[in-house]
Design a protein around this ligand. Structure first.
Ligand SMILES: Nc1ncnc2c1ncn2[C@@H]1O[C@H](COP(=O)(O)OP(=O)(O)OP(=O)(O)O)[C@@H](O)[C@H]1O
Ligand SMILES: [Mg+2]
Length: 232
């Protein structure tokens, strides 16, 4: 469904990605691992159009999307939940969710129902301002808003980042349920155990390149070995 080839990207005066190759098949969950600063968020931001690649190609459903602006990529069904979450914190939970359906359209009432079924906590707090919610609840709003856009490919940037263990488990259960629904995902995760428990495959990013590639379905990957290849 998504095929990226030899992608080079970065920021003014600073190249970060030096030829990234990756793919995500339909209904597949791929984890993107790597040390802090290795360029993981830059990969997702390039796939979603927020960072413009200098070279390489990104094909989605057979269509070239490299260099397309974010709203057009979004319209194709690639929806990102950024590391910063980017919520409108003075607005209510429900208004944030509604915004998620705006560009892609769809039956908003049904989409809201479906999100509230996945996140009963959000249903209880639908009128609450987002800034009054905990980090874990805000992560649920961000995920819920992405689901309102009926994603074909969900890009998750550290969904468990900064959350207490109880919330990590809750978010993990939700991501597993989305996987069971057949939503393809590329997920950045520092929590290796969590990543391995969900992903079909994982990639390790190092110095702006994919240095390793593992299929978790092929057998048990040792967590210790993975940590070693990420950090040493
Ligand atoms: N907007 C920006 N402008 C300039 N440099 C940036 C920008 N965003 C990120 N960088 C730099 O790009 C490099 C890779 O950053 P990136 O956020 O992609 O890493 P990451 O692997 O997601 O790290 P982390 O695990 O800390 O989230 C870093 O050196 C960072 O300082
Ligand atoms: Mg990051």
């Amino acid at each position: 469904m998504l095929v990226a080839r030899a992608v080079e990207a970065g920021y003014p005066g600073k190249q970060i990605l030096f030829g990234v190759d990756l793919h995500v098949a339909r209904s597949e969950v791929v984890a993107l691992l790597g040390a802090n600063g290795s360029g993981k968020s830059t990969v997702l931001n390039t796939l979603s159009g927020f960072v413009r690649p200098q070279a390489g190609s990104i094909a989605f459903d057979g269509e070239e999307i490299a260099g397309r602006p974010p709203h057009l990529v979004f319209r194709r069904g690639i929806i990102q939940v950024s590391q910063a979450r980017d919520l409108f914190t003075d607005m209510s939970v429900e208004d944030n969710l509604r915004l998620g359906a705006w560009v892609r359209g769809g039956a908003v009432a049904e989409l809201l129902d479906s999100v509230y079924r996945s996140f009963p906590r959000l249903a209880e707090r639908r009128r609450q301002q987002v800034r009054l919610m905990s980090g874990g609840e805000q992560q649920m709003v961000a995920l819920g808003r992405a689901l309102m856009g009926s994603p074909k490919l969900l890009l998750l940037d550290e969904p468990s980042g900064g959350l207490a263990p109880a919330f990590v488990n809750e978010i993990a259960a939700i991501i597993k349920a989305l996987k069971a629904r057949g939503i393809a995902m590329m997920m950045i995760e520092q929590n290796i155990k969590l990543a391995l428990s969900i992903a079909d495959r994982f990639l390790i990013l190092r110095n702006g390149r994919v240095s390793e590639h593992h299929d978790t379905r092929a057998g048990r990957a040792s967590e210790e070995e993975i940590v070693r290849s990420i950090y040493l």
